[in-house]
Design a protein around this ligand. Sequence first.
Ligand SMILES: Nc1ncnc2c1ncn2[C@@H]1O[C@H](COP(=O)(O)OP(=O)(O)OP(=O)(O)O)[C@@H](O)[C@H]1O
Length: 231
Amino acid sequence: MLEIKDIHSYYGKSHVLEGVSLTVGEGELVTLLGRNGAGKTTTLKSIMGLVDTPAGSIELNGQSLLGQPPFRIARQGVALVPEHRGIFSILSVEENLQIAVRAGSRWQMADIYRWFPRLEERRRNRGNALSGGEQQMLAIARALLNDPRILLLDEPTEGLAPVIVDEIVKILKAIREEGLSVLLVEQNLRVCEAVADRHYILEQGQIVYTGSADDFRDDPGVRDRYLALSA
Ligand SMILES: Nc1ncnc2c1ncn2[C@@H]1O[C@H](COP(=O)(O)OP(=O)(O)OP(=O)(O)O)[C@@H](O)[C@H]1O
C-alpha cells in the first residue's frame, strides 16, 4: 500500500529526515512515535509533497508520489489531517462537511453522522464555536469524505480532555474496522497502544525502532530508551 524508502527531506539547508523507510499495509493502522522535533510531522508532510524531498521513494500501491504536487497526491488517495486541523471557522459544521463531499465516495454525510453523532448535534454551529475535540472530529470527517485510501493523522488527541480522547480512540477503531489504512503520529502512548497494529519510532530523522503492537507492549525498555521524555 504505502511504501517509503530511504527518504531525505530538507527545510532549506536543514537536513531533517535522514533516510526514513516505512510501510503501511492495506487496512493497517501504524503509528509513528518519537520525541518533539524527531521529524514525525515532516514525514507526513513529505508523503503529502509539502516539503523538499530530493532523495528516496514514496509509492502508493506501486505508483510514485514523490515530486508530485500535493493536490495530485490527494487525488491519488492520500488525506492529511494536520495538527492544526484545517477547518473553516466561519462555516457551519454541515457546510464544512458539504464542501468535502465527493460523488462516488465510499462515505457520505449519513455515514459521517452515524460515526460522529456529536457532529450531527452541532451541525448548525460554526467551526469556531466548536470545542477542540469537535474540531478534530470535523477535520477527520472531512478527510474521510474525500474517500482516501490512506489517512495521515498528526497528533489528533493533542490538548484534548481524556473523555474526548476516548471518543477519538473509538473513531480510530471504527476507521480501522472499515479497512482504511492509517499512519498516525501521536504522543499519547495509551492511544497508540489502543489502536495500532504496528509502531515505528523516529529519532533525529531516522527510524530507530519498529515492532508489532505486541512486541512494543512487551518491551518497556523501548519506551525508556526512546520515548521517556515525551511519554
Ligand atoms: N518549517 C520549518 N522550517 C525549518 N525547520 C523546521 C520546520 N518545521 C520543522 N522544522 C525542524 O525540523 C525538525 C523536525 O520537526 P517536526 O515538526 O517534523 O518534528 P516532530 O517529530 O513532528 O515534533 P513535534 O512533536 O514537536 O511536532 C525539528 O528540528 C524542527 O525544528
